[in-house]
Ligand binder design. Structure first.
Ligand code: TMP
Ligand code: MG
Length: 219
């Protein structure tokens, strides 16, 4: 029997601000590495690039931008890393990614831009093999430290963002059979260990690598 060529897994973690995403991504990455998986942790926005610095200044309210423009910059910030993500996956590195195109839609559509318009610039990006959505109520998120430091960290905004994430979940699940996109929602209002255990349960089936070719987002 010939050996099937496997590539790295692309695991995206999404959620509201203060949902524990960064903590969970770091924990997942560590556990993958401990399990012998070659894995890299990345996050969007990637504030280190020139575009990322523009985004950073916008989020810190040091600059203002048209809602469409900042949306396109967030998307461009993903496109500038897209080929490196693909290359790494093909070379066998698994990627844990803190936020992706779903945040792009959820936050911009919450400001009143059309859902379809928000989705379009991210069409054809490498698609995750699984997207783990850390669901938390905006009230609970607000109780966590550091809330309110950046532009979108307001309860009203986060409530809308959560609604759009729910819409994305429905759409992803309806496309699952054709696209293979897997979306799972985890209750992130619980203690860190319980959330980690659930995250691991969904990531673990992928740790031996993925056989199917890299898919494209929304196609
Ligand atoms: P961060 O807190 O994970 O660094 O993300 C910064 C903020 O940017 C957060 O409020 C979510 C928002 N965001 C967008 O509005 N669009 C995007 O495409 C991404 C990746 C994040
Ligand atoms: Mg934040």
């Amino acid at each position: 029997m010939s050996e099937v060529k496997r590539r790295g897994a692309f695991i995206v973690v999404e959620g509201l601000d203060r949902s524990g995403k960064s903590t969970q991504c770091a924990a997942l990455h560590e556990r993958l590495v401990e399990s012998g998986v070659v894995a890299q942790l990345i996050k969007f926005p990637d504030r280190t690039t020139v575009i990322g610095q523009m985004i950073d200044s916008y989020l810190k309210s040091q600059s203002d931008m048209d809602d469409h423009l900042i949306h396109l910059l967030f998307s461009a910030n993903r496109w500038e890393l897209a080929s490196s993500i693909e290359r790494q996956l093909r070379e066998g590195t698994s990627i844990v990614c803190d936020r992706y195109a779903f945040s792009g839609i959820a936050f911009s559509a919450s400001k009143g831009l059309s859902y379809a318009w928000c989705r379009s610039p991210d069409i054809d990006l490498p698609a995750p093999d699984v997207t783990i959505f850390l669901d938390i109520s905006p009230e609970k998120a607000k109780e966590r430290g550091g809330y309110g430091e950046e532009r979108y960290e307001k309860e009203e905004m986060q409530k809308k963002v959560r609604q759009v994430f729910r819409r994305i979940e429905v759409e992803m699940q309806s496309q699952r059979l054709q696209s293979g996109n897997q979306w799972v929602t985890i209750d992130a209002g619980r203690d860190r260990e319980s959330v980690s255990a659930d995250v691991w349960r969904h990531a673990q089936p992928l740790i031996t690598g993925v056989e199917h070719p890299i898919r494209r987002l929304w196609t």
